[in-house]
Design a protein around this ligand. Structure first.
Ligand SMILES: [Fe+2]
Length: 310
């Protein structure tokens, strides 16, 4: 744990769970917001600086080369929280993706639909500089330094779009179910399978390379402790990805992952999303095993609204 400065505990600014601007947006039901850059406090910028600085060596050692290229092409300032407009100026010409500021949790269908439109819902708050190591919710460091560099890669970006398409397929499938209880049961199962797939690939995926295993999952790329643990620790089980396993595997978010899956390439990852969609259409995602992630009412509702719109 890095030391915290006295300024880090200053209330306000755009600190995770202590940002009046975000509370007001949520109270007004505003999900998509602008980034009020002037509200970042010096403590917020200091948190970014510390987070970024300590990751640099780890990225060089553990991240896959596409991520490193991505970090380079985004021209992120290591010392200040980035402006999303600046990030997008470099990102959009490469793959059409854009970081889009949100006030908090994005219901799953909307989240997947954003991916389909090459928009990435992005948290703008940043963790307290006194608590750099653990944060259950995403923050701007996780989203911009962990996710967005991957969106500069065409193959990875296309995979995310393809995954977004799957949410539409899911909405289409459940729209055809008359019985309401059966509809909710099927939707819950399909959603669980999709969330698990996302977790074990986009968030925590490993990739084979000529230089050993490398990290491409954003949950690892934004974690100082876990990125090394994922590659070096004898306690982690690492297996070649198997779709039938991934969609039935529960996970917990509040500890280092004991089980990680390895893909061969981004083309391989893309083909897995294709397979996920085929399985969805053939009913293979209708009865996945129970357990985490829990499906929230907001998630169910977002799929129901989407399927009603078909
Ligand atoms: Fe994430």
């Amino acid at each position: 744990m890095s030391g915290s400065s006295g300024a880090a505990s200053t209330p306000g600014g755009l600190t995770t769970t202590r940002a009046p601007f975000i509370e007001a947006a949520q109270a007004n039901g505003q999900l998509y917001i602008h980034q009020p850059y002037e509200l970042y406090s010096e403590a917020n910028h200091e948190a970014w600086r510390q987070l970024y600085h300590r990751m640099e060596d780890r990225w060089q050692r553990y991240a896959n080369p596409r991520f490193l290229e991505g970090i380079g092409s985004l021209c992120l300032d290591p010392t200040r929280v980035p402006r999303l407009d600046d990030v997008n100026r470099f990102l959009s010409p490469l793959t059409g993706f854009k970081a889009k500021a949100v006030s908090g949790y994005v219901p799953s269908f909307l989240f997947f639909d954003c991916l389909r439109n090459r928009e990435f819902p992005t948290t703008i708050t940043i963790r307290d500089a006194g608590m750099l190591d653990y944060l259950p919710e995403p923050d701007v460091f996780h989203d911009i330094a962990g996710h967005v560099p991957m969106h500069t890669d065409r193959a990875f970006a296309d995979t995310l779009v393809r995954f977004g398409d799957c949410a539409h397929t899911a909405a289409e499938i459940v729209a055809g179910i008359k019985d309401e209880r059966e509809k909710i049961r099927r939707m819950t199962s399909i959603y669980k399978a999709m969330a698990r797939f996302f977790w074990f690939t986009v968030e925590f995926g490993l990739m084979r390379s000529g230089d050993g295993l490398k990290v491409y999952g954003s949950g690892l790329l934004s974690s100082y402790g876990e990125i090394a643990h994922a590659i070096d620790s004898a306690e982690v089980q690492r297996y070649p990805v198997q779709l039938e396993w991934v969609i039935n595997q529960y996970f917990e978010i509040d500890s280092y992952q004991p089980l990680l899956f390895v893909v061969d390439s981004f083309d391989h990852l893309f083909s897995l999303v294709d397979q996920l969609e085929r399985w969805m259409r053939s009913g293979k995602l209708d009865n996945v095993s129970g357990g985490e992630p829990a499906v929230s009412e907001a998630d169910l509702r977002s799929f129901l609204v989407a399927s009603a719109g078909k």
